[in-house]
Structure formats: C-alpha cells, structure tokens
Design a protein around this ligand. Structure first.
Ligand code: FES
Ligand code: FE2
Length: 440
C-alpha cells in the first residue's frame, strides 16, 4: 500500500473499502478513460469569465477588478445593462478611481470627461478646452471613446468575455465560445430549485494552482478531512473509488463512484475553461448540493475565487437566520481556504523560480484530470498569451488597494466573520434575554 502508482485501464480488486487507514494511504482510485475520440476542449484562456454575482453590481457603482493585470471596471449603464470597460481614460490614460458614475455616465476625475453608456465622450468642449485653443471637435470626437469588453448577466452572475483585444465597438468582438455552455440549466442543473450563498476570497498566488487544487480529490481527505462535514471525507478511513473521465468540447469531467456501490456517485468535478468548476455531490439529476467555483485571474499571483453553493436542504429563511447558517458555513469555507493557502503559496513560489519542472513531477493515476488540466493550460497559454500585460514588479501594486477586495490573508476574513457571528448571536439571543431579565 505504500507504493500506490495505479495502472490506468486495469481492473483490480483492491478490497480495501472502509478498512482502517494504513500508513501512507488514503484513497484508492481506479481510472477509466471514456474520452470520445477526437473530442478535446475547444476553449482556451480567452472566453467567458464569471466576475461577480449580479446582486453585487448595484446601480451607480463602479466595480473595479482586473484580468491578467489589465485594469477593468464593470457597471450598469443607464438601461441597467452591464458594461465592462478598461479602467483607462482615453483622454490621457488616467484611471477612473475617484471618478463618478451617475445614470450610466462615467466622469473621469482627471479633467472631467464624461462618457455615455455607449462609451462616447459627451462633453468634448470641456476636455478639449476648445473654448481656449482647440476647435477641431469633430475629428477628436471620433477618436475618444471608451474601450470595452463584452459583458452580460446569466444565472445571476456577471460574465465578461475576455480576449486579447478590447474594442470601442462591441460588434467587432467575436466570441469563440457561447455563453450558453456555462448556463447551469445546460449542465444538468436547475438552480431555481435550490437556495444559494456565496463566499469570496482573494489569494496572493497563481490562479491556475487554485484550479488544480479544486480538481484534486485526494487532498480533500488529507488536508480538509477534519473540516469537511462528510463522513466519507475522513483521513482515518480508506475509501475506494472508480473514476471515469469525460472529455467533451466544453468540459473535462471526473466522476468518482463508490467501489462497493459502483452506480453511486460520490462526487463529480467538471472543469469548464477558462475558469469555472462545477462540483456535484452525487448524480446531478438528484444532487442535493452543488458548488460553482469561479476562478478569476486578477493578475500575476493575484486571484479571486467565488464559491456559490446551492443546496436543497435547510431552505427555510427564518431557520437559516436563527442558526446563523450562512455565517457558520462561511467559517467552514474560510478554514478550507486557509488550509490550502500555504500549499498554494509555496507551489507558486516553487513554480516561479522554475523549480517545478515536468521531469520532477510524478503524477499518479488519481491525478489524471490534473494532467488533462495542465496540458490544456500550457497549450492555451502558448496560443492566447494572455499575460502580455503582466506586472512582474511586485512594487507596482498601485491597483491592489482597489482590486483586492477581499483581504488576501484569509485570517482577516475569518475574524470579520467571527465578529459577525458574535454580533448576531448577541442581538438575537443574549440581548433580548438580558432585556427580559431586566423587565422581570
Ligand atoms: S485623463 Fe480623463 S479626462 Fe483627462
Ligand atoms: Fe483544497
């Protein structure tokens, strides 16, 4: 059992289900590749990224973020449609930090240029100072325009189509992959039947390492065994699985079946490039719980993860509030992220120094989906070259203050959440009890 290199395609009865853990072993997985011939992922690193939940984007609010170190903004225009623009004023290149958004009109804080919902400048007389020197408005009006990416709302998320070129005219942007691929209803899942909550975390590490982590079933038992409230995810119990890998044009998927109940799914992990992972707890058609994880490559060693979990149990709002379900669930998620963080940071460090090279990495059979992921990632990086704006200089972190919205040190998020738990417990239980005692 010490040496667990597993042969693909070979069936062997490991006969180890639920036996006490032997040193050095956790999970036994046999892999079966059911890839259809010629099918391979046809989406690279350019494509639709879920940036935030719809409800986060309020009227007259500029939401700052970045993709591959390119500073961007999303907001609602005067018709409440979502827009994604470069956070660079086309007049003299200032950012819009400190500017305003009112009724879909963005005003630059540097010289007061106002940009309409469509992106054109609507107060040229002001910025050209034409009343002083310049009278060539018309010519200038054609040139000054916000540069945009396509953005839309789907399944209560804001999506942005990122590629190598923004444009002043959205009609010039051709999508390689349709948004319908990401629709939850097209992934065997009708989200209206569930209740959902979100957790956000910003990491100071490479975003692809986080995706790798979320594709990795093995570490669940070892790293998160004491935190995940599932009796089968336990580092003291050995569970055996059969694994099936599906490869389609839109996703790669790994399904784990219990070995002692071959038709029963333990977990299904679906990676939809460029940044989404769906985790189904059991068969999607009957799953009571599903997680949607969106990974956002903010920049060099800066990444955001949005986890939205959908559940069919505990749907009663009042009961949820009473037992502080959301806050307690967050607590678990922060702990899980914290357990991963040092691993992700050290992997990033090792990789950036060129210390993780192919020859030194020995993947196991269980790591098959990870192998697919890295092959796709490297190929897509070579083809799309999304890191062309990469900020290699750590001290050029002028945007961090605005872009890293959720503190990268997870401990701080945990403290904020714990304070919230104490505050709510007090206002809901202790406070009223004290008042009652005083009255009596
Ligand atoms: S840089 Fe924005 S108005 Fe001048
Ligand atoms: Fe993890």
């Amino acid at each position: 059992m010490e040496n667990r290199q597993i042969n693909f395609f070979k069936s062997k009865d490991l006969n180890t289900i639920n036996k006490p853990l032997k040193k050095g072993s956790l999970v036994e997985i046999e892999s079966f590749d059911i890839r259809e011939k010629q099918k391979k992922l046809n989406v690279g690193l350019f494509g639709w990224y879920a940036i935030c939940p719809s409800k986060e984007l309020k009227k007259n609010k500029l939401h700052y973020f970045s993709l591959y170190d390119e500073p961007l903004i999303i907001y609602r225009d005067k018709n409440e449609n979502v827009r994604c623009i470069k956070n660079i004023c086309p007049h003299r290149g200032a950012s819009f930090f400190g500017g305003t958004l009112s009724n879909g009109v963005i005003t630059c804080p540097y010289h007061g240029a106002e940009f309409s919902s469509g992106g054109s400048c609507q107060n040229l007389d002001r910025i050209t100072c034409s009343h002083i020197v310049d009278n060539n408005y018309d010519n200038y009006a054609k040139r000054i325009h916000l540069s945009q990416y396509k953005a839309l709302e789907k399944d209560e998320y804001i999506f942005v189509y990122f590629s190598n070129k923004s444009d002043t005219d959205l009609k010039n942007i051709i999508e390689d992959s349709p948004i319908s691929n990401y629709e939850l209803s097209n992934n065997g899942f009708s989200y209206q039947d569930y209740v959902s909550e979100e957790v956000f975390v910003d990491f100071k590490c490479d975003w692809s390492r986080i995706i790798e982590n979320h594709l990795d079933i093995l570490h669940l038992f070892w790293v998160h065994g004491d935190t995940i409230p599932d009796k089968d995810v336990n580092k003291n119990v050995l569970v055996s699985f059969n694994q099936k890998i599906n490869v389609t044009n839109e996703y790669i998927e790994s399904i784990y079946f219990y070995k002692n109940e071959p038709k029963k799914e333990f977990i299904r992990i679906r990676f939809m490039p460029p940044g989404r992972i769906l985790i189904y707890k059991g068969d999607p058609s009957i799953s009571r719980y599903l997680q949607v994880l969106d990974h956002i490559p903010l920049g060099n060693n800066k990444a955001r993860v949005i986890v939205r979990h959908y559940r069919k149990f505990l749907k009663n709002k009042l009961l949820n509030n009473l037992i502080l379900f959301k806050e307690n669930q967050r607590k678990i998620f922060y702990k899980i992220f914290d357990e991963d963080y040092i691993i992700l940071k050290t992997q990033t460090y090792n990789n950036n120094l060129g210390l993780i090279n192919k020859d030194e990495i020995k993947l196991l059979g269980e790591d098959r989906i990870i192998n697919y992921f890295w092959k796709w990632y490297k190929k897509s990086e070579d083809k799309d070259k999304p890191w062309k704006n990469i900020n290699k200089t750590e001290n050029l972190s002028v945007y961090d203050k605005f872009i890293l919205k959720y503190p990268p040190e997870i401990k701080r998020l945990e403290v904020i959440n714990n304070i919230e738990i104490i505050r709510k417990t007090f206002t809901r239980f202790v406070g009223p009890l004290l008042i009652l005692m005083l009255i009596i």
